[in-house]
Design a protein around this ligand. Sequence first.
Ligand code: ATP
Length: 363
Amino acid sequence: MSPTAQIPPRLEVQGLFRSFEGRMAVEDVSFSIRAGQVTCLLGPSGCGKSTTLRMIAGVEMQDRGRILVDGTLICDTVFRVPPERRAIGLMFQDFALFPHLSVAENVAFGLSGPSRVKRQRVEELLDRVHLAHHIDDFPHQLSGGEQQRVALARALAPRPRILLMDEPFSGLDERLRDDIRDETLALLKEEGTAVLLVTHEPQEAMRMADEILLMRGGRIVQGGAPYNLYNAPVDRAAASFFSDINVIRARVEGALTRTPFGEFLAPGRADGSEVDIVIRPQHLKIDFDRAGQGPLPTPQDGTAARALVERARFMGRESLVEFRMEYDGSVLKATVPNVFLPKAGTPMWLMIRRDRCFVFPVT
Ligand code: ATP
C-alpha cells in the first residue's frame, strides 16, 4: 500500500439521499476529495448540486448517508456535528461582506486568538489577493471583483479544512471572471484546501477542477478529470453538456452502422437497434481548398457526404458553418478556421473525424 493510500480523504461523502415533498433531490451521491484537490459538482439547474453542498455544510439534513472529514464521522442520520464546528468554509453566490466592517475586519471575522496573530493572517491574505492597499476601506468602496477577493480571503482566513463554493463567480462580469478564477485557484492550491465548487458552467468546471462530478436528476452520472469528461462522455446528454454536438442517427447491421460518412463499429449493440453517432462541431472536416480555389474534388472512398452551406457566421477566432445535408435534409454544424466564410448555397463535401465520434444507443 502506498503511503498516501493510508491517509483518509479530507472529505468523504457516502450514499447521500435527500427528498423534498416526496421528490428525490439527491440520490445516492458518493465521492471524496483530498486536501489540495478542487472538485466541481456540475450540472443544470435543479439537479441537486446545492442540496448536496448544503448537507455537507450542515444546514440541510440528509435522509440517508454519511459524511466524514479526515476519516471522522461528522454526520449521519442520528449523529450530527453542528455547522459551526465542522471547520468548513463557505462562499456563496451572494457572498455579502459585512457592510459596516472594514476589509480587515471582514477578513478577520472568523478568526480567534491574539490580535497580533489575527492581524498577521489578515495582512498575509490581503497581500495574496493584491488588496493590501484596501485594508482599511469598506466594502462599498471596492469593485465587485475586489469584494469577491475579500470574500475569498475571509473564507480562507481560519484555514478551513474544506471550502464549499456555490456559484461564487456568477455575480462578476465575464471579462473579470477568468482572471478571478485563475487567481482563486492559485490561492486555493497554495493553501492546500479541499474544495467543492458548485457550478452550472462547464467552462468554469473545466478551468478550475481536478475532478468534475456531472450531476443530473439528483445523481452523479459521470465523474473524472475534465479531459475525460470532455473526451469520453458517458452518454449523449453528457456530451452535449460541454459543447454543441451533432447527432447522426443510424441503424446497426451486424455490429456495424452504415452512415453517409462511411461505416462505424457499434460493438455490443443489437442488430436492428438504432444508435446516435455524436460528433462535436470542431471535429467535422470540410473538404475545401485553402488556397481559395473552392471545394476539392469529390472524395471517392465513401467517407464524405455532400451538403450545401446553409449559413456561415464569423465568430472571431473561428467561423461556425451550418450545413444542410443532402442525404436527409438535416443540419450539421462545423467550426472552421475564421479565414473560411463560405456563402450560403455553396456545395461542399463534409467528413468527420472518426476518432472523435461517440456512439451511443438511442434511449
Ligand atoms: P441551482 O443551480 O438552480 O441552484 P441545484 O442543482 O443546486 O440548482 P438544488 O437547489 O439542489 O439544485 O435543488 C434540487 C431539487 O430540490 C430541485 O428540484 C429543487 O426545487 C428541490 N429543492 C431544493 N431545496 C428545496 C426545499 N427546501 N424545499 C423543496 N424543494 C427543494
